[in-house]
Design a protein around this ligand. Structure first.
Ligand SMILES: NC(=O)c1ccc[n+]([C@@H]2O[C@H](COP(=O)([O-])OP(=O)(O)OC[C@H]3O[C@@H](n4cnc5c(N)ncnc54)[C@H](OP(=O)(O)O)[C@@H]3O)[C@@H](O)[C@H]2O)c1
Length: 337
């Protein structure tokens, strides 16, 4: 496969792994669109931009040049902070995707748009928080990702929507370019600071290593023909349960001599009841920690297994539950350091 691939969000958790996966593929030139944070990758050209602006915020001559040379765009740039106000989510995730589609149309480039598996869940900006007082509900973010998918579906371009699950770190090292909510949760669990989790043992956590998902995206780039317009780069049937996740974190931390204690897995209503009778006052940091954890867990509070195209896309293999848990163990060891 030959061509030039423009990667947006190249400094982020997923985008940085995608750049790594692509730059090792022969015949591909990789151009990384950077925003606030710079990246330095051998052999990768960087261009400053802002997807919230027309022409992706590129200088006019750079835009004209890239419109002539780019053959595929991997769109990883997004606002994934669930705390962000609707306007910021709209500007980056919706308008940013509109501008990215417009660039792909001008360049006649194929677009691989990153979305989240969790758009399938019935969570919206108007869903109520499971524990009152949370600032961390995923509903507004998921609304913006649904709107972005719709723009991609309607754009007059060759496009693939790739739905990915919760991201761990690198499958072997546990390294993450960015620390997000799930990574902080594992780090707190390792230190024995999570006595209870508002998820049931049978709750399903679709989580994957960043490099595994990034290699699957690189495989999509390298096999342009015959890809369905929507692909799931998820653990799918291999997604572990909360009981398996808790056991892996606790056992991995325990083997390192850390004080991790298996968290109690409880119904969220029971956790809310305990909180309200604990003497902890609403609005205090201690209350908010529980409310925010409960809100974060909303995307895992179900027993549903998403589909997965991993193994069916040429150049990918289907994950196993053990491979997912091994990546979680790597993240746990990394968090312990
Ligand atoms: N992380 C997950 O667990 C997860 C799960 C499912 C789906 N996804 C999806 O995967 C994609 C990547 O997410 P991620 O976790 O890698 O996010 P991330 O770590 O927060 O990275 C976001 C990237 O977008 C860039 N960006 C933000 N605003 C921008 C703007 N206005 N113009 C240009 N670039 C901008 C950021 O650059 P600066 O930092 O320099 O601003 C950063 O490189 C997103 O579509 C997300 O919805 C992620």
């Amino acid at each position: 496969m030959r061509g030039t691939v423009l990667v947006t969000g190249a400094s982020g958790l997923v985008g940085s792994a995608v750049v790594q996966a692509l730059r090792h593929r022969s015949g591909l030139d990789v151009v990384a669109l950077t925003h606030r944070q710079q990246i330095a990758e051998p052999g990768v050209r960087t261009v400053p931009g802002d997807i919230t602006a027309p022409r992706l915020g590129l200088d006019e001559d750079v835009h004209a040049e890239l419109a002539c040379t780019v053959t595929q765009v991997v769109h990883c740039a997004a606002q994934v902070g669930w705390l962000k106000a609707g306007a910021q989510l709209e500007a980056t995730n919706v308008e940013g995707t509109r501008h990215t589609c417009a660039f792909a149309a001008t360049a006649r480039a194929r677009l691989i748009h990153l979305s989240t598996a969790f758009v399938e869940l019935p969570l919206t900006a108007s869903s109520s928080a499971p524990v009152p007082g949370s600032r961390n509900h995923p509903g507004g973010y998921l609304d913006s990702k649904r709107a972005a998918e719709q723009l991609v579906r309607e754009a007059p371009i060759d496009a693939v929507i790739a739905r990915i699950p919760g991201m761990l770190g690198n499958s072997r090292t546990g390294e993450t370019a960015v620390l997000q909510g799930f990574h902080r949760f594992v780090a707190a669990a390792v230190q024995g600071r999570i006595p209870a989790v508002p998820l049931l043992p049978a709750s399903v956590l679709d989580i994957m290593a960043t490099d595994v998902v990034a290699e699957a995206i690189a495989a999509l780039v390298c096999s342009p023909g015959g890809t369905p317009p929507l692909v799931w780069l998820t653990a799918g049937p291999a997604a572990p349960t909360m009981a398996q996740v808790a056991a892996t974190v606790t056992e991995t931390a325990g083997a390192l001599g850390l004080p991790a204690v298996a968290p109690e897995l409880v119904e969220v209503a029971e956790l809310a009841r305990r909180l309200s009778t604990s003497g902890i006052r609403p609005g205090t940091p201690a209350w908010r920690r529980v409310a925010d954890l409960s809100a974060m867990c909303e995307v895992y509070r179900h027993e549903r297994r998403f589909p997965s195209h991993l193994g069916a896309i040429p150049g990918t293999s289907a994950p196993t539950t053990q491979s997912v848990l091994d990546a979680l163990a790597a993240l746990t060891r990394r968090s312990a350091r």
